[in-house]
Design a protein around this ligand. Structure first.
Ligand SMILES: *Cc1c(COP(=O)(O)O)cnc(C)c1O
Length: 438
């Protein structure tokens, strides 16, 4: 049996209909923006392995730092104990986070970072003796797959079986260009009705919604409404953090800063699973008390894992290098040129860009994640050596910052090819049915 068949016998993959999905591609090695499969093929990782990878695969510097940490201290209970990597990482995170953040709470991934943020916000009001029940979120948002995170995320096909178990959330529309005033009105209405504990948002880019973008100006106005009505604000920077949007955090484009920030994905450069939730002094202070009931009773077995923190520190060293910052600028410039070259094509409904994130929305009308077009485009990319995971009719690039110009050109070329498929060019065959498992 080959690796893919052995996988198929024992593994249940995420976001995968195991009955109909093609066998997974076994990857045996990674280097830079490239992934190498067991059958000798090479793929450009244009989605940074689900938006996590910043500096390329198997980066030698991160590997060295992780190895050193593994040989020193692999893990220690994080209540009653601490260790140098967690302390240094928290200190350095606070130096690069938007102003106003003063404490770091570690967890394991983006969903848990969001759970922690919401528990902080809800308990904040409870600790102050003025409990508030409501949470405001964007209608199309995505904040993770655990129950609390699902509750504040879009009511989509992905979560339909759980809808009746999810707590009620006040949804406002995403303030895409032209819709700004409407969203502000909706938020003001909820704010005036009162009882709102927090507003959680993906700043500037809603990833899973299809790289939907809106301006810093309108977000600033929303945050202003929250401040006027004492609503806590939670920036979910899980995807947008660590240079993705062209600045270290998407919040760096804003005048108003959030009370709480969620981080994961790029937090360790894509090396280790780690989540972090930062809080302002105001939030933190509300938990200080002689009354033990006011404690934030939340934690995970691997909270503050030293190896993950070491990976985070190493990734931050690389991120802050001038060389990496230049790469981010280079990707931005090249994306913009590519966007300009395709935006007038009849098959292209819209091109959106924010920093290193580029999204091309094809004019096909098939927005469903479950559409055939999505599967065809996905297979087309793989057949041409590029990993791109379309969200329905939206194709996006979130590359590792080390991607070369030649590799970027190959990715752009594949997207041009996809545009021809959308335009009805039937010369490209449907996915090779022999690779589909039934
Ligand atoms: C991916 C993502 C999450 C969830 O992170 P996981 O590590 O997959 O649990 C939360 N919020 C946003 C904005 C994300 O993109």
């Amino acid at each position: 049996m080959n690796l893919a068949e052995r996988d198929h016998n024992v593994i249940w993959h995420p976001y995968t209909q195991m009955k109909t999905a093609a066998l997974p591609i076994p990857i045996v090695r990674g280097e830079g923006a490239l992934l190498f499969s067991d059958d000798g093929k090479t793929y450009i990782d244009a989605v940074a392995s689900w938006w996590v990878n910043l500096h390329g695969h198997a980066h030698p510097y991160i590997a060295q730092k992780v190895a050193e940490q593994l040989n020193t201290l692999e893990h220690v209970i994080f209540a009653g104990f601490t260790h140098p990597a967690a302390i240094t990482f928290a200190e350095r995170l606070l130096q690069i986070l938007p102003k106003g953040q003063s404490r770091i709470f570690y967890s394991d991934n983006g969903s848990t970072a969001v759970e922690v943020a919401m528990k902080m916000a809800i308990q904040y009001w409870s600790n102050l003796g003025t409990p508030k029940r409501k949470i405001v979120a964007f209608r199309d948002s995505y904040h993770g797959d655990t129950f609390g995170a699902m509750a504040v995320s879009a009511r989509s096909a992905f979560t339909a079986p759980f809808w009746s178990y999810l707590f009620e959330v006040c949804f406002v529309d995403v303030p895409v260009p032209g819709e700004e005033e409407e969203t502000i009105k909706q938020l003001e209405a909820y704010a005036l009705a009162g009882d709102v504990a927090a507003f959680i948002y993906e700043p500037l880019v809603l990833g899973t919604a299809g790289m939907v973008m809106y301006t810093p100006q309108v977000l600033d106005r929303l945050l202003e409404v929250c401040q006027q009505h004492s609503i806590l604000t939670i920036a979910d920077e899980v995807m947008t953090g660590f240079g993705r949007t062209g600045r270290t955090f998407a919040s760096d484009y804003l005048q108003h800063q959030p009370d709480i920030i969620c981080m994961s994905k790029g937090l360790t450069g894509g090396t280790m699973a780690l989540g972090a939730t930062s809080a302002s002094e105001k939030v933190y202070d509300a938990f200080l008390s002689d009354d033990k009931g006011k404690t934030l009773f939340h934690g995970h077995s691997y909270t503050g894992n030293p190896v993950a923190c070491a990976a985070g520190l190493a990734s931050m060293d690389l991120l802050l290098k001038q060389e990496t910052q230049d790469c981010i600028k280079r990707i931005e410039t090249r994306h913009a040129a590519f966007a300009a070259s395709i935006k007038a094509l009849p098959q292209v409904a819209q091109v959106r860009q924010q920093g290193t994130i580029l999204a091309v929305e094809f004019a096909d009308g098939t927005t469903s994640y479950f559409s055939d077009l999505r599967d065809t485009l996905y297979s087309y990319g793989l057949d041409h050596g590029v990993v791109l995971r379309p969200l329905g009719n939206i194709i996006y690039i979130i590359p590792p910052y080390c991607i070369t110009d030649t590799q970027l050109d190959q990715v752009y070329q594949v997207i041009r090819g996809m545009q021809q498929i959308v335009s009805g060019d039937k010369s490209y065959p449907r996915p090779d049915q022999t690779t589909l498992h039934d």
